[in-house]
Design a binder for this molecule. Structure first.
Ligand SMILES: Cc1cc2nc3c(=O)[nH]c(=O)nc-3n(C[C@H](O)[C@H](O)[C@H](O)COP(=O)(O)OP(=O)(O)OC[C@H]3O[C@@H](n4cnc5c(N)ncnc54)[C@H](O)[C@@H]3O)c2cc1C
Length: 455
């Protein structure tokens, strides 16, 4: 089967390249190959009762399938160049913002109308942060919520399904160079195309590394972010989250000069497991529908580590720490802040007696046996700093789940069209190591589709 364009991966990057190609060049023959299931078939078997922890499904419904890793996410579209990726370094700041606004408009058109757009512009909280040596990054945040995000994906699929050929449950094994383009090799068949967009996200990181090695596409090592997910009563952060929804706050530790930052804030949300290549880490999300909201707010506190010489494998370092936590806790570990400070593990009794009900069933344990001292010291320092702008953050009952690891794909060398050293072979989204968010990944998809259409 021959296509004009083949897209590998149906996450936000792949979906938005398909969307834009179908709109700009409806006559092009486009196919999308996806390891995971169609959206309506995506179900994680963990129900907290019969299945309590990850059973290692062949394709993880949380990370794979139509909608990619973002399908059950909080649907926070951050419109900013300050975080979420470095797309602006490739396409320019103005263009990157224009692309993100364009994606936002499409999301609104396909089900997101009526959702709130929060902004840090003019907030008094910025000054309050600086007074306590905390730095609030600028952004506008569209919060779709897990529920509306799903509706948008359903509508986008309904719009695309007759314009593009979708191959679900069809992992691409390899990409080969042919005379006029590329051969996409799957288990039972091969397909050819003139142009190929690779958008395999974080779950495709190992695959991407292999393809780059096989095709000799230059790459650079990237950083890894390691830390914990903090969960506390929603009231503690309500004055901030009610105004900004998500606040990205950066703190420079006095001890080591490391930067610790808040990440992925979920007001009245839930903490969830995340499975990356069989390693269980923690994440969080929340619903737009008040009926589905909880009494807790969660966010991550992360410290970035980047290794270059002689050890280059930043992700490998993060994986080892996550494996250690999985070894000790059988999955995610939860500890009360008070227990961590007193140097004792949390047990089920202490968790049950706390004035907060955990939203994730995790193993009570001791995070100091898992996280390197330098990282843990930084997190503790940040918790005390946040306590000054959100009193109650450093309460004994504040829950810390570990570990949260943000793996970044190695950075693939691409030009301003997001094209690799091979003409017509593009690498976009989180799989390129350039984006790390819904908005940047989606924007990269639109960008590449426009470039292909212009050719
Ligand atoms: C629980 C959770 C919550 C999140 N919340 C937010 C949030 O609120 N805001 C935000 O900005 N970001 C969030 N993120 C991150 C966000 O989801 C990603 O940045 C975004 O999905 C990246 O899009 P992508 O298209 O590059 O990759 P992905 O969404 O990872 O999609 C890649 C797709 O490629 C497929 N694939 C991989 N390898 C192959 C192969 N060989 N053949 C065929 N298909 C393949 C995968 O199955 C996957 O479906 C969250 C992530 C998680 C896991």
């Amino acid at each position: 089967m021959n296509y004009d364009v083949i897209i590998i991966g149906a996450g936000p990057g792949g979906i938005f390249s398909a969307y834009e190609l179908a709109m700009l060049k409806p006559n092009l023959k486009v196919a999308v190959f996806e390891t995971g299931h169609a959206l309506h078939k995506r179900h994680c078997p963990i129900d907290g009762e019969t299945v309590k922890s990850c059973i290692g499904c062949k394709s993880c419904s949380i990370m794979s399938g139509f909608g990619g890793a973002g399908a059950f996410s909080d649907g926070k579209y951050n419109i900013t160049n300050d975080f979420g990726g470095t797309l602006h370094e490739i396409v320019g700041k103005k263009r990157a913002l224009e692309l993100m606004h364009y994606v936002d408009e499409i999301n609104l058109r396909y089900g997101g109308a009526g959702t709130k757009l929060y902004s840090t512009a003019g907030t008094k909280f910025k000054k309050e942060c600086i007074q306590h040596d905390l730095h609030l990054l600028d952004a506008s945040v569209r919060h779709l919520g897990t529920d509306i995000n799903y509706v948008v994906l359903e509508n986008l699929y309904a719009h695309l399904k007759n314009k593009v050929d979708f191959y679900f449950d069809t992992p691409v094994e390899s990409v080969a160079i042919t005379d006029g383009g590329y051969e996409i090799v799957c288990k039972d068949a091969s397909y050819t195309c003139e142009q190929c967009i690779i958008s395999v996200g974080r779950s495709g990181s190992k695959w991407m590394e292999r393809v780059c090695k096989e095709l000799k596409i230059p790459t650079k090592s990237n950083r890894v972010d390691i830390g914990v997910r903090v969960e506390l009563p929603a009231d503690v952060f309500a004055h901030i989250t009610d105004e900004l929804y998500e606040s990205k706050i950066v703190y420079c530790t006095k001890g080591y000069g490391d930067r610790v930052r808040t990440f992925c804030m979920n007001p009245r949300g839930a903490v969830v497991n995340e499975n990356t290549n069989g390693i269980i880490t923690v994440n969080g999300h929340s619903y737009e529908d008040p009926a589905k909201q909880t009494e807790n707010t969660n966010f991550a506190l992360l410290v970035a580590k980047h290794f270059s010489e002689p050890f280059k494998d930043s992700n490998g370092y993060g994986e080892s720490i996550a494996r250690l936590s999985n070894m000790l806790g059988g999955g995610v570990i939860v500890q009360r802040f008070g227990d961590l400070i007193r140097g004792r593990r949390s047990n089920q009794n202490r968790i049950d007696e706390a004035f907060i009900t955990p939203t994730l069933k995790a193993t009570p344990g001791d995070l100091s046996l898992v996280l390197p001292k330098r990282i843990l010291d930084g997190i503790i320092e940040m918790i005390y700093a946040l306590d000054k702008v959100a009193p109650g953050t450093a309460n004994d009952d504040t829950l810390l789940y570990g570990v949260e690891v943000k793996f970044y794909n190695m950075e693939v060398e691409v030009n301003e069209d997001l094209e690799s050293c091979y003409k017509g072979l593009y690498v976009i989204g989180d799989g390129s190591g350039i984006t790390h968010s819904l908005s940047h990944a989606s924007a990269s998809g639109v960008h590449v589709a426009r470039k292909i259409a212009a050719r």
